[in-house]
Design a protein. Structure first.
Length: 221
């Protein structure tokens, strides 16, 4: 009887785990709020209130080939479609090195990029424009694998030394790390575009290969 109960319990636990959805969306609870405040990713004067943001738990493939659970914060209006996008990326087996809240880096975009961290919401200004909010401050921008997909300035400057070898945009070897490089014809780019997101790799004066953004509504402009 004890053996039977043990087997039955094991089956039930396995079934529950198998049916657990690794892609989840939730309100910003007190714990997440405290992380954001202490980590300086949210502060007084941000263009959107906490009630308009959502916390996402996202399953993704790591560079080591193993499944990981990452986290993002985005605007509530794009929460469901962002989950859908990353579900499609996971189905493609597109690898993501790391996905942590930028508050874990004290909202320092430089440090987050150095750690090759994929991130979304961060209440900060546009790079090089201190008087204008970045779309990250609205929860409507996502940066993916920033080392393999660098920001390149008008003068061709790349700030992060580990990104220098990715100035030339091509796939060279068949590895998960190489697969992280985003190109114009990448299925990843097409998935974002299908959902109405713009890619920074299409910009003319600068290139921001890591960056995807959603158009802001009029009330936020």
């Amino acid at each position: 009887m004890i053996k039977y109960l043990f087997i039955l319990t094991t089956i039930l636990i396995t079934t529950l785990l198998a049916n657990t959805n690794p892609f989840k969306i939730s309100l910003i609870n007190k714990q997440i709020e405290n992380r954001m405040l202490l980590g300086n990713s949210f502060k007084k004067g941000c263009p959107v209130p906490l009630k308009d943001l959502r916390f996402l738990s996202i399953k993704h493939l790591g560079f080591d080939g193993k499944d990981k659970i990452g986290e993002l914060i985005v605007h509530k209006s794009v929460g469901k479609e962002v989950l859908k996008i990353f579900d499609e990326l996971y189905a493609l087996k597109y690898p993501i090195y790391k996905m942590k809240l930028v508050s874990d880096y004290k909202a320092d975009d430089w440090v987050s990029i150095e750690d090759n961290n994929t991130s979304a919401f961060n209440c900060r200004a546009i790079t090089g424009k201190k008087n204008k909010w970045s779309k990250h401050a609205y929860g409507k921008a996502i940066d993916i694998n920033p080392i393999e997909n660098p920001y390149i300035s008008r003068k061709g400057h790349i700030s992060h030394k580990d990104s220098l070898k990715y100035r030339t945009r091509k796939h060279e070897i068949k590895s998960l790390k190489d697969k992280a490089v985003l190109l114009k014809n990448s299925k990843v780019v097409k998935i974002f575009e299908k959902h109405g997101w713009k890619w920074g790799g299409d910009w003319i004066t600068i290139k921001d290969y890591q960056h995807f953004e959603k158009k802001l509504k009029k009330e936020y402009k």
